[in-house]
Design a protein around this ligand. Structure first.
Ligand SMILES: [Zn+2]
Length: 172
């Protein structure tokens, strides 16, 4: 009896401490569903790569088929836009209007994802700013967030990762 209780206490203490470590180091993962924007699939993939290489506290991946994504991306004839709901969630419209005017598609996708990650527009602004959007100019092909934009996303997602108890148990 005593032994069993001791083991149980030790096990839960170990799980707790591992959980705390895991939480501090883990990135929050958010998923997207771009099945409604097949035309822009490669541009979206590149934009996601840019964000995943730019920040640590959040990582973006494609939602598995049949699962609900944190944000959806669709194509439409209007101007590109995003409707963030809560941090990391919402909807993006890859508007054809800007693409037809010659704006860079990867930059458009990265900019709209920036809104999902909690960034506001910073307009007008230079091409070096991702959130300057169209004010960066038609020839601007920069899909990278600048240092201030990156650190704002890092702050937005700091500490938002949920402890993944399954992987903690696997690791233990
Ligand atoms: Zn915008």
């Amino acid at each position: 009896m005593f032994l069993r209780k001791t083991i149980a206490v030790l096990a839960s203490a170990a799980a707790l401490s591992l959980g705390v470590v895991g939480t501090a180091q883990a990135a929050r993962t958010i998923t997207y569903d771009s099945t409604g924007a097949a035309l822009y699939e490669s541009d979206i993939t590149e934009a996601v790569k840019v964000w995943n290489a730019s920040v640590k506290n959040v990582q973006i991946k494609k939602a598995a088929a049949g699962t609900r994504a944190n944000f959806t991306i669709v194509s439409d004839p209007g101007w590109p836009r995003a409707q963030p709901t809560t941090l990391g969630n919402g909807k993006i419209w890859m508007g054809k209007q800007a693409v037809d005017q010659g704006y860079n598609k990867i930059r458009i996708a990265a900019h709209e994802i920036g809104h999902i990650l909690g960034l506001p527009d910073i307009k007008p602004g230079p091409c070096s700013s991702l959130m300057s959007g169209s004010t960066g100019g038609v020839p601007c092909t920069n899909p990278n967030p600048n240092a201030a934009e990156k650190s704002r996303v890092e702050r937005n997602f700091a500490g938002t990762a949920k402890a993944d108890l399954t992987s903690v148990e696997d690791a233990a």
